[in-house]
Design a protein around this ligand. Structure first.
Ligand code: SAM
Length: 290
């Protein structure tokens, strides 16, 4: 272990490292590196990392945020897909003996096994400036597969952050909002303009923190069925719940059954999914199963 390198989070330091290694940005990997120390600081503070914590970072890039995470946490596993970044990370993180660099596609990593190996199965904190092309599958994968996670503090597109935290009756409300809110409490930490990244993304960004619930806010007998119903009702966004469900033959729920359950619940038979709360989707599912 050598002495830690100076923190990288400035345009000058980042450009110096990129030039030293003749790094070429790969568009397909959603590479927009953070070059603003204030934003870095906000993410680290929002994640509330202590020396007790084990952190999983998805897409460390050249290691800008990883340095701060390593300084604050007991340990960090940083998963990076781009082979060209691995020697850079080995260099920029050489001053930290608590970082494990994993060269892999995060979608192929068994995160449950990773937390078992690195943190004896105790919940980890996930922190990342996510690659935007796979934001939703990464977050949904962490939540739906019940990876032991205490919180997820991530940079995402502004529009996706909005979708995660809104409630019924708004245009952004959908399957992602319901899934995120079933597993966690979302909180938007900061909006981040494009000039905080190199290269600049075309969309606005936001840092969101999802703090996972110890137990879900609603009781549902079959989680999988509830999310299948939710997906079916939002696949047909302008349609009523009964039409959305009847289009999803695999659910095996007839129109008559949908109408009967909605009536039992005191809801209009022509209600749309976008007007229903998480509690109502849970109740609908439980009544269908009766
Ligand atoms: N954390 C760095 C920062 O803030 O400067 C880089 C963030 S950049 C938005 C996203 C990073 O995720 C890139 O380093 C990219 O190569 C990496 N990445 C993209 N797809 C990935 C995948 N499937 N698995 C792991 N890393 C991935």
């Amino acid at each position: 272990m050598t002495a830690p390198r100076p923190y990288l989070g400035s345009p000058q330091e980042t450009i110096a490292v990129l030039n030293q290694y003749k790094f070429v940005f790969q568009k397909k990997f959603g590479q927009n590196f953070l070059i603003d120390p204030h934003v870095l600081d906000k993410i680290i503070r929002a994640a509330e990392i202590t020396k007790e914590d084990y952190v999983v970072e998805i897409g460390p890039g050249i290691g800008t945020m990883t340095q701060h995470l390593a300084a604050a946490a007991r340990g960090v596993a940083a998963i990076e897909i781009d082979k060209a970044l691995i020697p850079i990370l080995e260099d920029t993180l050489s001053g930290y003996d608590n970082v494990t660099i994993i060269h892999d596609d995060v979608m192929k990593v068994d995160l449950e096994a990773l937390t078992q190996k690195r943190n004896e199965g105790r919940p980890v904190k996930v922190v990342a400036n996510l690659p935007y092309y796979i934001t939703t599958p990464i977050i949904m994968g962490l939540l739906e597969k019940h990876v032991p996670v205490q919180s997820i503090t991530v940079m995402v597109q502004k529009e996706v952050a909005d979708r995660m935290q809104v409630g019924p009756g708004t245009k952004d409300y959908g399957a992602l909002s319901l899934a995120v809110q079933y597993y966690a409490s979302p909180y938007i930490v900061a909006n981040v303009p494009a000039n905080c990244f190199l290269p600049r993304p075309k969309v606005g960004s936001a840092v969101i923190r999802l703090t996972t619930h110890e137990s879900p806010p609603v009781k549902v007998k079959d989680e999988k069925l509830m999310f299948a119903i939710i997906r079916a009702s939002f696949n047909q966004r302008r349609k009523t719940l009964q039409n959305g469900i009847s289009h999803a033959a695999e659910l095996g729920i007839s129109k008559e059954q949908t109408v009967k359950v909605l009536e039992e619940m005191g809801l209009s038979p022509s209600i749309r999914g976008e007007a229903m709360t998480l509690a109502q989707f849970a109740e609908f599912t439980n009544r269908v199963l009766k």
